[in-house]
Design a protein around this ligand. Structure first.
Ligand code: NAD
Length: 254
């Protein structure tokens, strides 16, 4: 074990969704701690992968193992969500939420987390070590507070934070617990990281309503997701598995 508990020197990491808003910060944070990072993303330069496509993932994992070695860390951050300014058909009433959207969100967020776990986790288990971090959301742990979107309904629109994102993020908790116990004796730790809203130029009315509901009184800065990921990825969390690390500004505390 390194004398710096949080060091990732010499470690290889795969970050799905690593080209996204949070993914980019997570990649930079892992690199800063010494890891070599492979980004698996539809928008990646090097490993352009659809996380719902097993064959593409197998090829990408083979390439990473050849080029960098068997990953020590896997962060699953690829996901589909509907932002506060999403188009009308995605964010209408539950009663007419499109079945195709439900299938797509479930596929990317659940199968697209399961497959990288299955393929990378198997390699890690064969090496007898590894840490997997599945990124979930307070909207997967608790129902969205639909009142936060009242400003849109006041403007005459119908707007509800959609159901599929919540359902899909919820599934990650037991995927994590299942895998954590399954691979515990093989040295692979698996944890969920639950995050709340991260500032990203959202509409002012949304940010104000969110901040008012949030004990810390503000949305997270994107850099604030790095610490929890580094903790879970590194030896600092060597006795933590099957857990849910909640970094939500206190959202779930009341
Ligand atoms: N941003 C937030 O406020 C927030 C809050 C809580 C949880 N989260 C979670 O954090 C993670 C990252 O969120 P973000 O805000 O950076 O999202 P984002 O939309 O900026 O990034 C998601 C990335 O996933 C990639 N992606 C989507 N579908 C893919 C597929 N089929 N195959 C490969 N890559 C695919 C996209 O290309 C994108 O780069 C997500 O799991 C999200 O649910 C985000």
């Amino acid at each position: 074990m390194s004398s710096d508990l949080f060091s990732l020197a010499g470690r290889v990491a795969v970050v799905t969704g690593g080209a996204g808003q949070l993914g980019r910060a997570i990649v930079a944070g892992l690199e800063e701690r010494g890891a070599e990072v492979a980004v698996f993303d539809l928008a990646a330069d090097r490993y352009r992968v659809d996380v719902t496509d097993r064959a593409e993932l197998e090829n990408a994992v083979d390439e990473v193992v050849r080029e960098l070695g068997v990953p020590h860390v896997l962060v699953n951050a690829a996901a589909l969500d509907s932002p506060p300014d999403a188009p009308a058909e995605e964010v209408g009433p539950l009663e007419s939420y499109p079945e195709a959207s439900f299938d797509e969100v479930m596929s990317v967020n659940v199968k697209g987390t399961f497959l990288p776990c299955q393929l990378v986790g198997a390699r890690m288990a064969a090496e007898g070590r590894g840490s997997i971090v599945n990124v979930s959301s307070v909207y997967g742990m608790l129902s969205p507070v639909q009142d936060l979107y009242e400003f849109r309904r006041r403007g005459g629109e119908e707007f509800f934070k959609p159901v599929a994102y919540s359902v899909s993020k919820s599934a990650l908790y037991n995927l994590t617990r299942y895998l954590a116990t399954y691979w515990a004796k093989s040295g692979v730790r698996v944890n969920t990281l639950t995050l709340a809203g991260v500032a990203n130029d959202q509409p002012r009315e949304f940010v104000e309503a969110y901040a008012e509901r949030m004990p810390l009184g503000r949305m997270a800065d994107v850099g604030e997701v790095v610490g929890p990921v580094v903790f879970l990825a590194s030896d600092a969390s060597s006795y933590v598995t099957g857990a849910n690390l909640v970094a939500d500004g206190g959202w779930s505390a009341w």
